[in-house]
Design a protein around this ligand. Structure first.
Ligand code: THU
Length: 139
């Protein structure tokens, strides 16, 4: 992936920190999801007083995109930290990894964990979800 594209994803994910609704954990997360056709869908975490309905930033981005008819994705960038101060890197939770498995090719889908514009690591979904279960298993 081109560096300008990575920078754009980091920017868009970071802008989401302003919208993160995290009154219980104070841990704010932003995500930017790149579709195969080059569009970006953003998301933030949305917490809930009953705790379990909380939605992570990554899933917010995926559900926004899928609800607009998108089904093919290239990469997602995730940023976040306590009170919106960027941590070293935020790694997606298991539930979000499973949602990625539903819509992404684990061999090619890239997960960009960013702590800032100059500081990021890129993983393939396959590496974050070894031996994962996905739609392929049901065919
Ligand atoms: N969270 C995310 O949005 N994405 C992650 O990758 C890790 C965790 C959220 C969920 C919850 O609102 C807060 O961070 C603390 O767990």
């Amino acid at each position: 992936m081109q560096d300008t594209q990575i920078q754009k994803l980091i920017e868009e994910a970071s802008a989401q920190l302003a919208y993160a609704y995290a009154p219980y954990s104070n841990f704010k997360v932003g995500a930017a999801l790149l579709t195969d056709d080059g569009e970006i869908y953003t998301g933030c975490n949305i917490e809930n007083a009953a705790y379990t309905p909380t939605n992570c930033a990554e899933r917010t981005a995926f559900f926004k995109a899928v609800s607009k008819g998108k089904r093919s994705f290239r990469a997602i960038c995730v940023v976040g930290g306590l009170r919106g101060t960027l941590s070293a890197s935020i790694s997606p939770c298991g539930v979000c990894r499973q949602v990625m498995m539903e819509f992404c090719d684990p061999e090619t889908f890239q997960v960009i964990l960013a702590a800032g514009k100059e500081s990021y690591q890129i993983y393939r979904l396959k590496d974050l979800m070894p031996l994962g279960f996905g739609p392929e298993n049901l065919t």
